[in-house]
Design a protein around this ligand. Structure first.
Ligand SMILES: *Cc1c(COP(=O)(O)O)cnc(C)c1O
Length: 427
């Protein structure tokens, strides 16, 4: 049986950094990534046979826990009938209808294969539908790796952004304004200056890619008002929060209706599915109806759609989100209590099946506050918990995820481990 270290060494010879997505490489926490051999419910097992309670959940999709038997069966049945046709299927209609039915802001939806595709196309659509160029995004929000979104704020207020990746020409981001999350005044100023040319504002309505940061009171409402006033489209990137924080995403919790919504993660149940949707009025600009081009060989893939549909069916069970939110809250509160008892500066927050853990006294409300948390303490906590068989995200800048399979005994096991770890961290 090869060890994780042996596999990592081997992987690093054929795959850049040994991984197919950077955060998996453990660069921000150090050490050797675990190579996963299987998952079941709340657990994953690595190549050395070690079991972990998993709070990554494939970064959100695994809301039912790993390898839920009904989802696996749906995938097996679909696979038996053919893996991909590049022609329409009835199941795609059912998935589209299910999404539209659950999210009232969407009258039409297009299926794609990832969150990146969903957000990239939603922005193209916003630009095409408004015949405007500029977009507003917020620092710390992640919307996938399309060129125009790999950008950080420039040096001055209202300067256009700088690429955060090599290979992105500055010209590709010159239309992207990058503002601080929860800073509505900055958005107002931006609209004051560029309102006639702002196609859209894209936002994670609860940010989950700079750890967990909730929207300040009035922030999302303010975005809605400003977009409407200036004729720009409001895009809620609910790739992470959709069907994660509640049955209708953040839009359901807040009652705020975005013009476009992007989805992925949970709606694929662990298979590659993304989606973007909005009103008929906006969606009629998408090819072949309209002039905004978008396509995908594997879009609406029948096996992926089967996994998504079965997942969406199961999470519609009465009480599903009440129970998920209660377990997640139990974890967050339990961690905070145990840290406090040990005298470790720590806070935690939760919404639906998502949580944030912060090595700071207060729950952060901005990227600056998240960045000020004690990263060294996080690393020690992360590795010590891993040593106890508990797998948190290998970065201090990611949210965590609880699944329906995380029952009281699993949460209790986690809190017992955390109690020991916090005690060892004191001093
Ligand atoms: C994960 C994520 C994406 C990107 O989705 P991929 O499927 O990884 O391309 C986009 N937006 C948000 C908010 C995400 O959390």
């Amino acid at each position: 049986m090869p060890s994780n270290a042996e596999l990592f060494e081997r992987a690093s010879r054929s795959i850049p950094g040994g991984v197919n997505s950077p955060v998996r490489a453990f660069r921000s926490v150090g050490g050797t990534p675990r190579f996963i051999t299987r998952g079941a419910g709340p657990y994953i097992w690595d190549a050395e046979g070690t079991r972990y309670v998993d709070y990554v959940g494939s970064w959100g999709p695994a809301i039912l826990g790993h390898a839920h038997p009904d989802v696996v069966r749906a995938v097996q049945q679909a696979a038996c009938n053919g893996l991909s046709f590049g022609a329409p299927t009835e199941a795609e209609i059912t998935l589209a209808e299910t999404l539209i039915d659950r999210l009232p802001s969407m009258e039409q939806v297009r299926l794609v294969s990832s969150g990146t595709e969903a957000t990239m196309t939603a922005i193209r659509l916003a630009r095409g539908a408004t015949a405007r160029n500029k977009i507003i995004k917020f620092e710390g929000c992640y919307h996938g790796h399309a060129d125009s979104l790999l950008v950080k704020a420039g040096s001055g207020l209202l300067t256009f952004g700088n690429p955060t990746s090599a290979g992105v020409p500055p010209e590709f981001v010159e239309h992207t304004l990058v503002l601080d999350y929860n800073d509505l005044a900055a958005v107002e100023t931006a609209f004051g200056q560029y309102g006639h040319d702002i196609a859209c504002v894209i936002v994670e309505p609860v940010a989950g890619n700079m750890n967990l940061v909730k929207p300040a009171a009035g922030f999302l409402e303010g975005l809605r008002t400003l977009c409407t006033r200036h004729g720009a489209l409001l895009i809620f990137d609910e790739v992470m929060t959709g069907f994660r924080v509640g049955p209708q995403g953040v839009q359901g919790l807040t009652g705020i209706k975005p013009d476009l919504t992007t989805l992925a993660k949970v709606i694929g149940g662990g298979m590659p599915v993304g989606a973007f949707g909005g009103s008929n009025e906006v969606m009629r600009h998408v090819a072949p109806l309209g002039a905004v081009y978008q396509a995908g060989t594997l879009s609406g893939n029948p096996v992926a759609v089967a996994a998504g549909l079965e997942t969406l069916r199961l999470i519609a069970a009465p009480g599903f989100y009440e129970s998920l939110a209660a377990q997640t809250r139990k974890l967050a509160d339990g961690l905070q209590e145990r840290a406090r008892a040990a005298g470790v500066a720590f806070s935690a927050d939760a919404i639906g099946g998502m949580f944030g853990i912060y090595f700071s006294e207060q729950v952060p409300t901005s990227l600056a506050q998240v960045s000020a948390c004690d990263v060294e303490a996080f690393k020690r906590f992360f590795h010590a918990m891993l040593g106890h068989g508990v797998h948190f995200a290998p970065s201090a800048f990611e949210a965590g995820f609880v699944s329906a399979a995380h029952d009281d005994s699993v949460i209790g096991y986690t809190l017992d481990a955390a109690e020991q770890v916090f005690a060892s961290m004191k001093g």
